[in-house]
Design a protein. Structure first.
Length: 260
């Protein structure tokens, strides 16, 4: 039925004969485990998270990876004979991932677009297949059965964000400057700039100055910190810039306030 085709997301592989000696449930369990590990990476989870109209558990790829059944089954009627897996779009934790005979092939031959940073192993291809269908279940990816380039780019993006070694450099502080005015209350201002890292960024600030305030301009990798100098000890401001992977850059400024 046309509705079934529209409601199902799948992708093609070059078919080969499955190895009869391999236990299908063991292969499924391994692919699910690898997908769950991949989703611990913030960039992977963020990419496969569904739209806001979905219920929280349905749009959460980690919840879907844990809760949905993954079962072997034939290619659905109306789908290409080489489809490796399928799942209903937007079904969330209420859906099922069905893996087809090509999923169990010794070399599934999963087509990946050239934007992939490396060629996956057969086990990694099965992991991508599960993550691919999780994205359909969360609603992150809609129907693309008639658009093979889009399917292959989707697979490559999953590989790059979920399986590839992180290639984005960690955060690096490019400028951290503090100065104080010789005015009543000895106000000070600091400007922090950084580059690199995976978004979203987070900046943590500590200081022994009083009335500390900050203005975040994360879009431009800039934070302004203001406050008043400590009249009894050397005032300092320490900053740490964290990225989505937990990597960080740190710096401290001191001796910028005059002391009576």
């Amino acid at each position: 039925m046309t509705a079934a085709i529209v409601a199902t997301g799948c992708f093609l592989v070059i078919t080969s004969t499955p190895a009869a000696a391999q236990d299908q449930q063991e292969i499924i369990d391994r692919a699910r485990f690898n997908a769950q590990i991949a989703l611990l990476r913030p960039t992977c989870k963020r990419y496969l998270t569904g739209p806001d109209f979905q219920r929280p558990e349905d749009r959460d790829p980690q919840a879907v990876a844990v809760r949905v059944p993954i079962v072997p089954g034939p290619v659905p009627a109306g789908q290409p004979a080489g489809a490796v897996a399928s799942a209903p779009i937007n079904a969330g934790v209420r859906g099922t991932i069905t893996v087809h005979p090509s999923f169990f092939a010794p070399d599934p031959g999963l087509p990946i677009s050239p934007v992939a940073v490396f060629a996956p192993t057969p086990e990694q291809e099965r992991t991508i297949a599960v993550l691919h269908e999780i994205g359909h279940l969360t609603g992150r990816e809609g129907d693309h059965n008639g658009d093979l380039p889009r399917q292959f780019d989707y697979n490559a993006t999953i590989l790059n964000l979920c399986l590839a070694t992180l290639v984005i450099p960690p955060p690096r502080i490019t400028g951290f400057f503090c100065f104080a005015d010789d005015l009543y209350g000895n106000p000070f201002t600091c400007d922090l700039f950084w580059e690199g890292g995976t978004e979203p960024d987070e900046v943590q600030v500590s200081s022994n100055g009083s009335q500390a305030r900050r203005i975040n301009d994360y879009d431009n990798n800039h934070v302004t910190i203001s406050g008043r100098c400590d009249p009894y000890q050397d005032t300092y401001v320490s900053v740490s810039v964290y990225d989505a992977e937990g990597r960080h850059a740190d710096d401290t400024q001191s001796s910028f306030c005059s002391r009576n």
